[in-house]
Design a protein around this ligand. Structure first.
Ligand SMILES: [Zn+2]
Length: 160
């Protein structure tokens, strides 16, 4: 089974990249709980807590949960740190990068609705396979954004 993660508020970009690569990842900024740090220490113990906060890291470890202290300030550096945990960064059409929901193929009706609402070029309907997030009502496809992600991975030396 693939590792699952929960990221603190400092690691929003890293959380997005983990989702893009198919990893089930919660982000502190989406939790909407009273005391975020305590919540992250004591809940979702099936997930590895990724944090930049030394104090939160210490609390997590002493509470017996799996946690990893991220040191780098750049997303490239952070990605390289979690690669040491066995994470592989590679875009896959599996999860919504915004909300972590599993994607599925879009129906024609759904695709047309999003294209209309977001004023996307209708050519994406013919040119690409389209995936859909039911929660965000958002479309995903392997277009220029996808190619830019691949280029970023290559240029940053994350993926050969
Ligand atoms: Zn979503």
């Amino acid at each position: 089974m693939k590792a699952k993660f929960i990221c603190d508020r400092m690691l929003g970009k890293l959380a997005t990249w983990l989702r893009i690569s198919g990893y089930d990842t919660l982000y502190a900024g989406d939790l909407n709980v009273e005391n975020e740090d305590s919540y992250m220490v004591h809940n979702h113990k099936d997930r590895i807590l990724l944090t930049k906060d030394r104090e939160l890291y210490r609390r997590a470890i002493s509470a017996g949960r799996e946690a990893y202290l991220i040191k780098s300030n750049s997303v490239e550096g952070q990605m390289k740190e979690v690669m040491a945990l066995g994470v592989k960064f590679e875009p896959v059409m599996r999860r919504c990068s915004v909300c972590n929901t599993l994607l599925r193929k879009a129906s024609i009706e759904e695709a047309k609705e999003v294209i209309e609402r977001e004023k996307l070029g209708s050519d994406i309907l013919e040119r690409y396979e389209l995936w859909y997030c039911e929660k965000c009502r958002k479309l995903y496809w392997m277009g220029s954004h996808w190619r830019n992600m691949l280029r970023f991975l290559k240029e940053s030396g994350i993926k050969k």
